[in-house]
Design a binder for this molecule. Structure first.
Ligand code: DAH
Length: 344
């Protein structure tokens, strides 16, 4: 009885599968009807345990074989269906077409300049120091002997932050000099450091100015440091940076944190000192400020007046990059235009 039942189910299945136009849905329905949990066929398999051992063996074998056959036919049809849905013409891959190049990122020239500065100075035994971009009035101005009424503290130059603590006034640091006393409070001379970093000024942008730019500061402190040491280090640095002979010229100037103070110029990189329109025919390029550290700054750091001498300097990295790569607009550095960065 069961044997006939199985055979007739199989026959019925074969007839049905021969008639349908295979689609995923139709095949799924067939599979459910013949092999699904509630199908007659699976019912038979479930009831095998009620048969005599001999019948069980015979019927079990037949039922399992038939189940496998049905399963095989269904999966064969599924495969045909899948193969039929592939448009080989469309999917054809032409392996001879050249590949698409993946763009490689470029470093901003400011990063290149910073890396080079760090390389040159560390090779001369300098350490690299770091400090906060959000700074309090104390380290940005007070300890550097910048008087309370100094124009640099004015709204025009400084980004003041909303006072949230009522304890101290916060600014976006206007120069990397803010790290000088922070470092000196924690270190005893002699030391040589550079401080590269981002600074902010509340000013209108033009080809030579940005409100956000990069500076780097150098600070050398010890027992017998003089302006001659500064001149030597500066000349050595610029010659390595521009890979040619460079001269350094000092002009008297004023900064509250240095005494004496100077501004310094280097040989014009464009005309090598002969005079050209870029240097207004002087043969020199203004670079930055420098001086012998004011003893008041040492005192603010907790050093005894007169115990040490040191020199400091600071200037903009954009200016250095502009001279090195002959770039004529400082706004290009932070403009985010990839056509600019791609050239480096
Ligand atoms: N902090 C000055 C500025 O931003 C630059 C400067 C001048 C730094 C003289 C120094 C220095 O360390 O000695 O304009």
């Amino acid at each position: 009885m069961l044997k006939e039942k199985i055979e007739s189910l199989k026959k019925q299945f074969l007839e049905e599968v021969g008639k349908i136009t295979p689609s995923e849905e139709r095949l799924f329905e067939l599979e459910k009807k013949y092999l699904g949990r509630k199908s007659e066929f699976i019912g038979i398999l479930k009831n095998l345990k009620n048969l005599t051992p001999e019948e069980r063996k015979q019927i079990g074998e037949l039922a399992n074989r038939t189940k496998d056959e049905i399963m095989e036919i269904i999966s064969g049809k599924k495969k045909e269906l899948e193969a039929g849905s592939i448009d080989f013409e469309k999917e054809k891959i032409d392996v001879t077409i050249p590949g698409k190049r993946k763009g490689v990122g470029h470093l901003n020239p400011i990063s290149l300049v910073q890396m080079e500065i760090e390389d040159i100075f560390t090779s001369m035994g300098f350490e690299i120091a770091d400090g906060p971009e959000v700074e309090n009035e104390h380290y940005n101005f007070d300890v550097l002997n910048v008087p309370k009424d100094h124009p640099a503290r004015d709204m025009q130059d400084t980004f003041w932050l909303k006072d949230i603590s009522n304890k101290e006034k916060l600014v976006l640091r206007t120069h990397t000099s803010n790290v000088q006393v922070r470092y000196m409070e924690k270190h005893k001379p002699p030391f040589k450091i550079i401080i590269p970093g981002k600074v902010f000024r509340h000013e209108a942008t033009d080809p030579r100015h940005e409100h956000t730019f990069y500076q780097f500061e150098a600070l050398v402190v010890g027992k017998k440091i003089s302006a001659a040491n500064f001149k030597y280090i500066a000349k050595t640095f610029f010659e390595r940076f521009f890979e040619k002979e460079m001269n350094v010229r000092l002009r008297p100037s004023f900064f509250p944190f240095t005494e004496p103070s100077f501004e310094f110029d280097i040989t014009c990189n464009i005309c090598n000192g002969k005079g050209c329109p870029t240097c207004s025919h002087s043969g020199w390029q203004e670079i930055g400020g420098a001086g012998m550290v004011n003893q008041k700054v040492f005192e603010a750091a907790g050093y005894k007046n007169g115990e040490y001498q040191g020199f400091a300097w600071g200037f903009g990295m954009e200016r250095l990059a502009m001279l090195k790569y002959k770039i004529d607009d400082a706004r290009l550095f932070h403009g985010g235009d990839l056509r600019f960065t791609k050239q480096f």
